[in-house]
Design a protein around this ligand. Structure first.
Ligand SMILES: Nc1ncnc2c1ncn2[C@@H]1O[C@H](COP(=O)(O)OP(=O)(O)OP(=O)(O)O)[C@@H](O)[C@H]1O
Length: 647
């Protein structure tokens, strides 16, 4: 038997192992229901076993392993996307990539062998094992892995895929960072930030399943097209319970029908709004102007004005959320009434307490009113002379004063801030934030509230910041996110963009004024073509001769006209939220985080001119290509390049 044949025989053994696990899980469902001691545990056990059986039967069929570690003569571990048990009494046939032993697969090298003699990587064509590649760590020269290079250079089609077989050592360190540790990854386009974030979610769920099952993991991305693009990665790794959403969707409480002026949006996203909102809310608490009087049959119980004032002051000092503070004031007021009643020999039954609470409520409403976040904001936005005075400048107050009552996206952020003052929000065990350079201070606060007792993985690139409030450095952003001590780590090897395109993009960095390290590309192959105006149709048609996806990126306002012209030339483009299409029309504002095998950027000057941070937008657009980039029309003049352009 050749070595390849014996490896193929092992594949068969793995498939048998999987079938055994599935049969076992199904049988357990039947037995489990019978053995549980009571109905409650029968139900819980049943649910657990059923979900295990369901997960196993629905797991996408893929290669059962992608690597092997030989630790000593005859002793080896196969590493795969999921654990596969051996026969009863035998060790597992495949070890989960997240298990501690698998770490060596990603990190061992000749200088630090971690007890490994040999690492084997496997090549697959769908479900057929086609070959393998060995790396002997106990001597011999290091050779670059062809399987690894082929995987990274593979043309892209459809949604994002997992990278478990090829995670790089510096990425693996981030994936496996401790749960308690908040980290911030600064990485140029295509360095694998998103991939690292998704694999970190899968890793943490494996390593801390119980804790995170209770508190949950949340992934925040820039827009829905991006979520559609990354949505299949975690389910393919067996993780289906991770909440993936955008910041806007996470904070949506009122329906957005209006848009803010640029000035108003900037003010509403400014951190000073937190102080304005606090003042607006707590300004509603009044000094008690009279005693509390509660009728109780023939009696009237009283709580003196002085006592009520003390209760209110104590509750304010305790810095509780507003609603909890109000509850405390009400219950302490009723407690004083109860004490008086008991001194007079009354027994305070539950019904009596409820009646006293009802009776005291109007008096408490007068000092600590029950309010809704929307009401507070409506009043604030209607009155330029209100709580914002002394915090915002007069023109800023005017900018946010609105004539008509329609909610905007920024209002949801403000309502969320108020909700955070009113009550404790739902927290998560771990939150992963992608494109975090674009978050405003107020959005950061919303995330900080949800991760106060958990940790964060912050992913971003200061050079790709396109919002008016984009971060200039990570220290401030991390402070706003409530994790000032998070470690900032830079990733500098690009796995998406070919070297020629990286060179072009690096040339733009000086114009962006972002203090970030330059990238080097893992990929020497690839093509950059500068084309003249009017060659968009030719560029797209030529792109379609290659395998892989094509993305056509243009300024948002130019895209509809371009799509119509291309359609007339016989090319149909799918909208950006349809992952998996052959040719996609991508508005520049939605390009962030996406990638296509071949990208055609049309009219770069229009992309730059369309918005204040247009140069950053162009930097994003130019760095979406995996194999080929066509730039149609001249690049804007830049400080570094002068009038002639790169080629
Ligand atoms: N170790 C790796 N092995 C194989 N492919 C990788 C690896 N790391 C990253 N990639 C691939 O490189 C591409 C870029 O990765 P990703 O989208 O995570 O980068 P990013 O840093 O988030 O980029 P951007 O800033 O542009 O959003 C993806 O196709 C990803 O699968």
């Amino acid at each position: 038997m050749t070595e390849l044949e014996s490896e193929r025989a092992y594949v068969t053994e793995c498939r048998k192992g999987l079938q055994r696990m599935l049969d076992g899980a199904r049988e357990n469902v039947i037995v489990g229901e019978a053995v549980a001691g009571d109905r409650y545990s029968a139900e819980r056990l049943g649910r657990h076993l059923k979900s295990l059986a369901k997960e196993l039967s629905e797991a996408p069929e893929g290669p059962p392993f992608f690597g092997r570690l030989d630790v000593e003569e005859g002793h080896r571990y196969y590493i795969g996307r999921r654990h596969i048990s051996g026969e009863t009494g035998h060790p597992p046939v495949v070890i989960d990539w997240r298990a501690p032993v698998s770490t060596a697969f990603y990190r061992a090298h000749a200088g630090d062998r971690r007890g490994i003699l040999m690492r084997r990587r496997y090549g697959w064509a769908d479900l057929t094992l086609t070959g393998f590649e060995d790396e002997h760590l106990d001597g011999g020269a290091q050779v670059a892995s062809r399987i690894l290079a082929a995987e990274i250079e593979r043309p892209r089609v459809g949604p994002m895929r997992d990278i478990v077989a090829t995670i790089q050592p510096e990425q693996d360190e981030l994936v496996r960072a401790e749960l308690e540790e908040s980290i911030c990854v600064q990485g140029a386009p295509g360095t694998g930030k998103t991939a690292v974030g998704l694999h970190r979610a899968a890793y943490l769920l494996y390593a801390h399943r119980q804790r995170l099952d209770r508190h949950g993991v949340l992934i925040l991305g820039p827009n829905r097209a991006f979520l559609g693009y990354i949505g299949a990665v975690l389910p393919a790794l067996g993780e289906v319970d991770v909440e993936q959403t955008t910041v806007d969707d996470l904070l949506r409480r009122v329906q957005v029908k209006g848009t803010d002026s640029a000035e108003a949006a900037v003010v509403k996203h400014d951190e000073r709004m937190a102080a304005v909102l606090r003042k607006a809310l707590y300004g509603r608490i009044a000094k008690p102007a009279e005693p509390v009087a509660v009728r109780d049959g023939a009696f009237v119980w009283r709580v003196q004005q002085e006592d009520l004032r003390r209760i209110v002051d104590d509750a304010r000092r305790a810095a509780l959320p507003y609603r909890i503070g109000r509850e405390r004031v009400l219950s302490q007021t009723v407690a004083l009434i109860r004490r008086q009643a008991e001194l007079r020999g009354r027994t305070a039954t539950a019904a009596w307490m409820r009646a006293m609470t009802r009776g005291a409520t109007p008096a408490i409403d007068a000092v600590w009113p029950n309010v809704k976040a929307e009401e507070v904001l409506t009043e604030l936005l209607a009155d330029p002379t209100g709580p914002a005075e002394g915090i915002l400048a007069p023109e800023e107050r005017r900018a946010i004063t609105r004539a008509r009552k329609t909610w905007t996206a920024a209002d949801n952020v403000l309502i969320d801030e108020l909700e955070g003052l009113l009550d404790h929000p739902k927290g998560y065990g771990h939150v992963i934030v992608d494109e975090a350079q674009d978050l405003s201070p107020m959005q950061c606060r919303a995330i900080a509230r949800r991760s106060e007792y958990g940790s964060l993985t912050v992913l971003g690139d200061l050079a790709q910041g396109t919002t008016p409030w984009a971060a200039a450095d990570w220290a401030d952003q991390l402070k706003s996110l409530g994790k000032p001590d998070a470690t900032v780590i830079a990733l500098t090897t690009g796995f998406r963009v070919p070297a020629a395109v990286v060179e072009l993009a690096n040339g733009l960095l000086d114009d962006l004024g972002a203090n970030v390290p330059r990238t080097r590309s893992f990929r020497s192959e690839g093509r950059l073509l500068m084309r003249a105006d009017g060659e968009a149709a030719a560029a797209v048609t030529e792109a379609m001769a290659f395998e892989g996806s094509v993305g056509v990126i243009a300024a948002d306002h130019e895209l509809p006209g371009l799509v119509a012209r291309l359609r007339a030339a016989g090319v149909d483009l799918a909208p950006v939220d349809e992952p998996g299409a052959r040719v996609t029309a991508v508005p520049a504002s939605m390009a962030k985080g996406l990638e296509y095998d071949h990208v055609v950027v049309v009219d770069p000057e229009a992309i730059v001119a369309a918005e204040p941070r247009g140069m950053n937008r162009l930097y994003v657009a130019l760095t979406r290509a995996v194999s080929r980039l066509d730039v149609v029309g001249p690049l804007p003049l830049t400080r570094t390049r002068g009038a002639s352009g790169p080629r």
